[in-house]
Ligand binder design. Structure first.
Ligand code: ATP
Length: 319
């Protein structure tokens, strides 16, 4: 009987539970044993594990967070840690692992695959910053949460003729900022992929102001940062009262959207099919809506193009 493990690693994302549920149920249905590994690679090194049954993943498909807990594990970055994890797998009989996380977690999955335990990565991060896939689990929920928050800020911004500078998550990627910006009619969207000068931001606001606009939203990705300073400079240059809001971790929680639950279920199922065939060292992703998989090293070396066409649309219709 085949035994697979499942773990979540790195930052959590809504939909990780839906993915874990799909993996557990699909594997049990195929007659495999499933071990839930807690707190990422830590659980593998220190033996924090629970045997999963059909009911272990009941009542979680709609919940944010991860019932397996997640963590960052420094020990696992060293080869010694990887070998300890491998030993746990040998003792427990685990002969394949599904790792839900981001690029860092996939590097760990590649190491463990190299050590002899086939691992399959599922993209779980709200930032959508994984190159081999057009979509990551948690992204849709995070964008919808950010949109709802900006809508609320907009109400009060409108009443007071203010400019609201809102910082959303995305350290290395501006996808949340771009999409939320379009959805909320932001006058300016600042992303880490593109350099934008403060004078251009101010010029755009002034232009919109000259066209009769009285309240403004400026969306800033975390990777650009400095939202308080940006608000201050806008106020100084335009005379428009400006306030900054950093949305922060609210974007990491909440009930996953339909899209996150469905894609998590599809990719989770696919990961089990790979492990069933004994295939490891792969990352699962979505390309043109289809579930696909890549060699982990190849996936990590890929680059994602910033959607300039969408950015252009955002710029041209927000005045
Ligand atoms: P996110 O960016 O969404 O938080 P992530 O998976 O990229 O997700 P990291 O903190 O980079 O998050 O990685 C999670 C864990 O993966 C680390 O704590 C570590 O255990 C393992 N890991 C990261 N990088 C490596 C590496 N180069 N080699 C082996 N293991 C790694």
């Amino acid at each position: 009987q085949k035994t697979i493990g499942i773990l979540t690693s790195g930052g959590d994302a809504p939909g990780m539970n839906a993915a874990a549920r799909a993996v557990v149920r699909a594997a049990l249905k195929k007659g495999m044993r499933v071990i839930g590994i807690q707190r990422g690679y830590n659980g593998l090194i220190h033996g924090e594990m629970v045997e999963m049954n059909m009911r272990s993943v009941s009542d979680i498909i709609h919940r944010g967070g991860t019932m397996l807990y997640t963590a960052r594990c420094v020990e696992f970055r060293e080869w010694e840690g990887v070998l300890k994890a491998k030993k746990t797998c040998e003792e427990t009989g685990i002969d394949g692992i599904v790792v839900i996380g981001g690029d860092g977690s996939f590097r760990g999955a590649a190491d463990l695959s190299k050590a002899g335990v086939p691992c399959v990565g599922l993209p779980g991060t709200i930032d959508n910053d994984i190159a081999c896939t057009e979509y990551t689990i948690g992204y849709d929920t995070a964008m919808n949460t950010a949109m709802e928050m900006v809508d609320k800020i907009r109400d009060t911004s409108q009443s007071h003729d203010r400019c609201s500078v809102v910082e959303v998550m995305g350290r290395r990627a501006g996808y949340i900022a771009l999409n939320t910006g379009i959805a909320c009619g932001a006058t300016c969207i600042l992303v880490p992929e593109l350099e934008m000068k403060m004078e251009d931001v101010i010029a755009k606001i002034k232009e919109a102001q000259s066209l009769g606009k009285q309240n403004f939203i400026v969306l800033v990705a975390e990777g650009v940062g400095g939202s308080n300073e940006i608000a201050k400079q806008i106020e100084e240059a335009t005379g428009i009262e400006s306030r900054a809001t950093v949305l922060g971790h609210v974007q990491r929680g909440g009930n996953p959207t339909v899209r996150d639950r469905v894609e998590a279920s599809r990719m989770g199922y696919y990961a089990v099919e790979l492990l069933e065939k004994g295939i490891g060292n792969r990352v699962v992703g979505l390309q043109k809506g289809e579930v696909v998989d890549f060699d982990i090293q190849e996936a990590l070396s890929m680059k994602k193009e910033f959607p300039m066409d969408l950015y252009k649309i955002a710029n041209e219709i927000s005045f």
